[in-house]
Every structure is written in C-alpha cells, then in structure tokens.
Design a binder for this molecule. Structure first.
Ligand code: NAP
Ligand code: MN
Length: 272
C-alpha cells in the first residue's frame, strides 16, 4: 500500500506528521511524495481535505482519503492528532472498505460557445456572485426556465458540503451519502417587483442547474476554497458528477452525532 500525506503548515500539524511517518515506517508502509497513492492521509482541518481533494483529483477513482484533525473534530476528519497509532493499526489491517460521497461538476461557458472553457469539481460547493452591483441571472433547472434571480449570488452545494457555507445560508443539512444537490440563495432581492423562490432547493441526481448571465463583468466563481474573478463566464452548469470521493471506512461516526457535537453542544445524553 502506498500512502501520501497531505498537510497544512501549522506547527502542530508538523509534529503530527512526523509522528505519523515514524509509525508508518515501523509498519513498513511506504510514504510517497510523487505518483499515485492508494491512501491519502490529510492532516489539518476540513479545509485541508478540500485542498487534498483538488491535489489528488486525477487519481480520485483509485484513492481513499483519511482525515486527521489537528484542531476540533471536523466533518471530513475522523481521527484526532492523539489517535495516530489507531489510524496506522487500521491501515495495516487494511480492509479496503470505503464510504463514498457525491461531488459537484461545474462547467463554465463563454458567450455563444458550446464547449466549456472551465470544468471543475467541488467537494463542498461552488458559488457564483457579484460583489459591487446586483448579481442578475436566469436560473434554468433541467433545461427549463425557473426564475430570474437578483441578489448577491447563488450557492450550489454537495451533500457533504451542506454543513459548510450552505448551512450559513440557511440551507438544509443533508446526509453526505444522499445523491442530491442543494441550491441556496445569497441575499436575494425580494419585493413587489422582483421575486425568487426564497427557500433552498434540493435537486435530484438526474437534474442540473444552469445559470445564465447577461453581463460577465465582475463575476466571482468559487469552487471550494478557490475563487476565480472576471473569467468571462456567461453560462454555468452544475450537476452531480459521475465520479465520487472515497473515504477509507476505518472508523464509523454517526453523522447526526457529528452534526450535534459541532453545531449544538457536546452531547452527553438527551436527559442531561
Ligand atoms: P475556512 O475559512 O477555514 O472554512 C470555514 C469553516 O468551514 C472552517 O471552520 C472549516 O473547518 C469549515 N468547513 C469546511 N468544510 C466543511 C464542511 N463540509 N462541513 C462543515 N464545516 C466545514 O476555509 P477552508 O478551510 O479553506 O474551507 C473552505 C470552505 O469554507 C468553503 O468550501 C465554504 O464551505 C466554507 N466557507 C464558509 C463561509 C460561511 O459559512 N459564511 C464563508 C466562506 C467559506 P476547518 O477549520 O476544519 O477547516
Ligand atoms: Mn480551514
């Protein structure tokens, strides 16, 4: 088995990475810095997994990800920094079991073109917005006109991204294995003249969202933790990708416990 370690630059992370390398060496598990790994261990936070996902995207179908959190427990990160021995033990008895989450495919087009000039994949979400003046677009769902949107922008998130920016926008928390996309509004303009749906929408995997812009100026498109500005995009298509991200299923944590612990409080029991 070949393991790659992807880490952020925090001093605490460096200590964890050194410990991890030492434990892997003792088990004769090789750590590679080039080529295709079988397992990617991300050390840092949920944001580190996002970067690891983009870094290892060419190998997505083959790779299994494992997340180590050097801060609080995250959504993509199952292990804490003091659990490195357990992690290496699980790796060496490698069962190959995985849990897979849907990802988002993003295709951006310039005016009057049929081929996308940009194809991206997001693990959390993509947003399209304008910063200074009102963002105006037509929203199409599965090829049919749905609404004219005015406001700051729109966010399209994956199920596993539903606890990230989507949640801050009032979107629903969705179990990460559900095949669905969620469309949420960013500060829509609603009055007696302009009207949008106003609520988050959950779309089926057979559907896609297209956003048509009249004016490509000053448009920001984000994909997870990256942002592109003024690319000339006039049409963008969002759909669930045929590819998925695979996580090594070394440890099972009840998703709704994770949600409760992260957003409400450290739960003891319902009677406390
Ligand atoms: P960041 O500023 O560190 O991320 C913001 C927070 O979101 C961090 O606490 C991060 O956890 C957490 N997070 C990331 N993915 C998550 C997920 N799937 N579920 C729950 N929490 C999650 O920047 P970053 O680490 O590069 O992450 C980029 C992400 O930040 C974007 O994809 C977007 O979802 C999110 N974001 C949120 C807002 C908002 O809520 N207003 C605004 C911009 C971006 P860690 O500390 O473990 O990294
Ligand atoms: Mn972060």
């Amino acid at each position: 088995m070949k393991v790659a370690i992807y880490a952020n630059h925090r001093p605490k992370t460096r200590t964890v990475v050194n410990k991890l390398k030492h434990l892997l060496k003792n088990r004769n598990i090789s750590v590679i810095t080039q080529g295709r790994p079988d397992v990617v261990i991300s050390v840092g936070g949920d944001g580190t997994i996002l970067s690891a996902f983009h870094q290892f995207f060419p190998y997505l179908n083959h790779v299994r990800f494992v997340g180590v959190h050097t801060g609080h427990l995250g959504f993509y990160t199952d292990y804490r920094e003091y659990e490195m021995k357990e992690l290496v033990d699980s790796l060496s008895i490698n069962s190959g079991e995985t849990v897979s989450y849907p990802i988002l495919k993003i295709e951006a087009y310039k005016k009057n073109t049929v081929h996308p000039f940009m194809v991206y994949h997001a693990l959390n979400e993509s947003t399209i917005r304008r910063v200074v003046s009102t963002f105006t677009c037509n929203v199409f769902i599965k090829g049919n006109f749905f609404e004219k949107f005015r406001g700051d922008g729109l966010c399209i998130s994956t199920p596993s991204g539903s606890t990230a920016y989507n949640k801050s926008l009032g979107g629903a928390v969705i179990h990460p294995t559900v095949q669905a996309l969620q469309l949420t509004e960013i500060a829509s303009l609603n009055n007696s003249i302009f009207r949008t749906i106003g609520s988050p929408m959950v779309l089926s995997p057979q559907e896609w969202v297209e956003i048509h812009l009249r004016d490509p100026n000053d448009i920001y498109v984000s994909v997870d933790n990256m942002t592109m500005h003024n690319t000339g995009v006039t049409r963008i298509k969002y759909q669930i990708s045929s590819q998925k991200i695979h996580f090594a299923k070394y440890r099972h944590m009840h998703f709704w416990d994770r949600v409760g612990n992260s957003f409400i409080y450290q739960k003891k029991s319902h009677e406390d």
